[in-house]
Design a protein around this ligand. Structure first.
Ligand SMILES: Cc1cc2nc3c(=O)[nH]c(=O)nc-3n(C[C@H](O)[C@H](O)[C@H](O)COP(=O)(O)OP(=O)(O)OC[C@H]3O[C@@H](n4cnc5c(N)ncnc54)[C@H](O)[C@@H]3O)c2cc1C
Length: 342
């Protein structure tokens, strides 16, 4: 396996930011990965920890990376029926997420259809517990196999051990920088599928298509159609999807905001209230606003785009900071970035 020097990452991040990695290697097996990590240790000349890269759709490089970027391209899918209705499907980290969802649909396996067309790779899906249209990875994840970066031995994390939360998991907290996810196993249905169409515009999209008794494939098609109509395609306009998380605030804070902004939307989340970040950003006048090479998307204020294709990562970061500041000024809420900043 080749280790490249001063390697351009422009095609490896969906923002299309033109930065370079001091060293870059693509690994297609666990043995190759261990080999690279051991050689880094032996040389001892890379003082910055290796950075693992999947599809590059949840990352913002603000500068060149002065270390080793390891692109995970491990492939393979295996299946094991565990009952008349359930199957465990394991996919390697480097499998493209949407291709994997389509593979499952072709086999007639249900559970992932609401997560159609999310960019990125399977191995990254547990990192931030990807979610869309009322389903999150936590609902279908059975376990992950990881490589412990200290011992270079594999370990298994079951779903509970992954400590999934809203766009969150152990891999973003106490496990940060300690593990690489090698594969993920999903528990899917073969017959008695649970059709989830209440969330978002799925129901109205199915009605528009005159579908009254939807299959898992119909749900996937509806999700694809909705996503294509409102989210920019990173191949055409650089972006990383939602740049910020939806903030959760206390009920009393929400009620206080309702006094000032009666139309503020909020969704109960246990003892908290989740407020759509896109709404807050839009109220501050950011929807469609451009500064230099960067803009907030004209259809979805939550998505920051590399408008000209020439934006640097630092410029995108500064733009995001301006959004955070104005939302804080107006609503007293501090937005948290969903995208990983490097
Ligand atoms: C248009 C668009 C729409 C999107 N819509 C959604 C959505 O609906 N819901 C949603 O949840 N997300 C969404 N996203 C965000 C993104 O698709 C997901 O977060 C996805 O899981 C990122 O996968 P990736 O392989 O591209 O991650 P990368 O950007 O390659 O990596 C993200 C982080 O994980 C680390 N990492 C990567 N692979 C591994 C691994 N195997 N083990 C350990 N660490 C690793 C990286 O170092 C980095 O810190 C969207 C993005 C775009 C561009």
């Amino acid at each position: 396996m080749k280790i490249y020097e001063n390697f351009s990452l422009k095609d490896y991040n969906t923002f299309g930011v033109d930065v370079a990695a001091r060293y870059f290697a693509a690994v297609s097996s666990t043995d190759e990965l261990i080999g690279v990590l051991e050689s880094v240790r032996q040389k001892g000349n890379l003082d910055i920890k290796p950075l693992f890269l999947g599809g590059g759709s949840n990352i913002l490089f603000t500068k060149d990376y002065e270390g080793l970027v390891i692109h995970l391209i491990l492939k393979g899918i295996s299946e094991e029926a565990v009952s008349e209705n359930e199957v465990l499907v394991t996919a390697a980290a480097g499998e493209n997420w949407h291709s994997f969802v389509l593979f499952c649909l072709e086999q007639g396996y249900g559970g992932l259809e609401n997560l159609s067309l999310i960019p990125g790779n399977v191995g990254t899906s547990p990192m931030q517990n990807i979610g869309a249209y009322g389903v999150e990875i936590k609902d279908v994840c059975e376990k992950c196999t990881v490589l412990n970066l200290e011992t270079l031995k594999t370990e298994t994390f079951d779903s509970a051990e992954c400590k999934f939360g809203y766009r969150d998991s152990i891999f973003k907290n106490e496990g940060k920088g300690k593990y690489v996810i090698l594969d993920v196993t999903f528990r899917l249905t073969m017959k008695n599928h649970v059709i989830r169409i209440e969330y978002g515009a799925i129901k109205s999209e199915l009605e528009r298509q005159n579908i009254t008794d939807p299959t898992i494939r119909d749900v996937s098609d509806a999700v694809i159609s909705i996503r294509q109509s409102k989210l920019p395609d990173p191949k055409l306009l650089g972006n990383a999807g939602s740049f910020f998380k939806n903030p959760t605030i206390s009920k009393s804070a929400f009620e206080a905001l309702q006094q000032k902004f009666p139309e503020i939307p909020g969704y109960a989340a246990g003892q908290w209230v989740k407020v759509p970040a896109g709404w807050l950003i839009e109220q501050c006048g950011w929807k469609g606003k451009e500064i230099g090479n960067v803009a907030s998307h004209h259809l979805q204020a939550l998505v920051i785009v590399n408008k000209t294709g020439q934006a640097g990562g630092a410029e995108i970061f500064e733009f995001s900071q301006k959004i955070i500041d104005s939302v804080e000024d107006k609503f007293g809420i501090t937005l948290e970035r969903e995208v990983n900043i490097i």
